[in-house]
Design a protein. Structure first.
Length: 367
């Protein structure tokens, strides 16, 4: 049977089409067509994604989002707001309540810290909020209060918190060690902000269910890591660290030892001047002793070469990275010269193979 009119398409087809559109665009285009589309839009089978970005659709969003929040709270699956111009106005107008019973994911980009601290307590009533992403150009020096509010969210599994001021790395996170009543359900935590060791250990005391952790070592504060108690993260299998300041290799080794975790994947990106990070024998001994379950290892060490500044150069034996230890695991050392930098990278062979295949395919496609 041929279909001669778009209205003869089954409901399931429209739901698939709607999945590609922002909720406000759906409302703007379909809500006033006829009774059938009105029923489709208000059906519990349709879940809305509310998105506000830096695009020409901002006017459509501003004209329609309040009506959706009023009439279709129980159909909203996600709210992702990254418009610099309107986000604080929009977030302040939201009245979050338990009626948002399908809302699973929230993203607030460039939100002001005072708006953030006012809205976070309202999110505790959301029965299915599993994912929260926040980016704020913070004007507060202490991020501890924001973390306290985040850890009160009862269902959260994924949390990414970015709070960076490009000219200021002195932000702190004042948190006491968690009690049993303060445990968070977070399993995947990304901290894109300055964080010292004592702050990291305090934060993770609230997240014993953590499986994946990413953080920046980017602070001028001196903390004696030997004096800090070990973390208890028995489920942690994936760790990603970007080291920019004050973590020589021996301190990094102590940090890993204090995790007491069975890491399977380790990603380390460092601009540290300690050349010991390129000591193959030392890595081999450390991994065998402290990381015996490690399956994937991603490592990047950047050495700067410029007229007024030079990172210490590596003059060790390159063939130490092709011993049986490295070959058995298929972890390959690559050295690249990029502008004024020398980049030493260790990655799984399969990753390198796939990357080269991708570039080859695109190269031949161009010709």
């Amino acid at each position: 049977m041929s279909i001669s009119s778009i209205e003869n398409l089954p409901n399931e087809t429209f739901y698939e089409i709607y999945d590609y559109f922002d909720a406000c665009e759906i409302y703007h285009s379909f809500s006033n067509l006829n009774h059938r589309f009105h029923q489709l839009i208000n059906s519990s089978s349709l879940l809305f994604k509310i998105r506000l970005g830096d695009s020409g659709s901002d006017e459509i969003f501003m004209d329609n989002y309040q009506q959706i929040l009023l009439l279709n709270k129980d159909q909203i699956l996600s709210i992702h707001l990254w418009s610099r111009e309107n986000i604080n106005q929009v977030v302040s107008s939201f009245s979050f309540c338990s009626s948002f019973n399908c809302l699973e994911s929230i993203l607030f980009y460039t939100i002001k810290s005072d708006v953030l601290t006012s809205v976070l307590p309202k999110l505790t009533c959301l029965p299915r909020l599993f994912s929260l992403t926040i980016e704020t150009w913070s004007d507060v020096k202490d991020l501890g209060d924001i973390y306290r509010l985040i850890f009160n969210l009862p269902k959260l599994k994924y949390m990414k918190f970015t709070a960076m001021e490009s000219s200021d790395f002195d932000a702190i996170v004042s948190l006491p060690i968690a009690t049993n009543e303060q445990i968070s359900s977070i399993e995947h935590l990304i901290m894109d902000h300055p964080c010292a060791f004592d702050e990291l250990f305090a934060i993770t005391s609230y997240t014993p269910h953590l499986r994946r952790l990413k953080f920046l070592s980017l602070t001028n504060r001196n903390v004696n890591i030997r004096s800090i108690k070990s973390m208890i993260l028995p489920n942690l299998t994936h760790l990603s660290i970007h080291i920019y300041r004050k973590m020589p290799f021996d301190v990094f080794q102590i940090f890993i030892s204090k995790l007491n975790s069975k890491l399977k994947v380790l990603s380390l990106n460092t601009m540290q001047e300690d050349i010991a990070y390129l000591d193959a024998d030392r890595w081999e001994e450390f991994i065998l002793k402290k990381l015996p379950q490690l399956e994937k290892f991603y490592f990047k060490y950047t050495a700067y070469l410029s007229e007024n500044y030079e990172t210490p150069m590596y003059f060790g034996q390159r063939d130490r990275f092709i011993s049986s230890f490295w070959l058995q695991r298929q972890w390959i050392l690559e050295i690249e010269v990029e502008s004024e930098n020398i980049i030493y990278s260790i990655r799984p062979y399969q990753y390198i193979k796939n990357k080269r295949s991708f570039y080859l395919e695109h190269f031949f496609f161009m010709f």
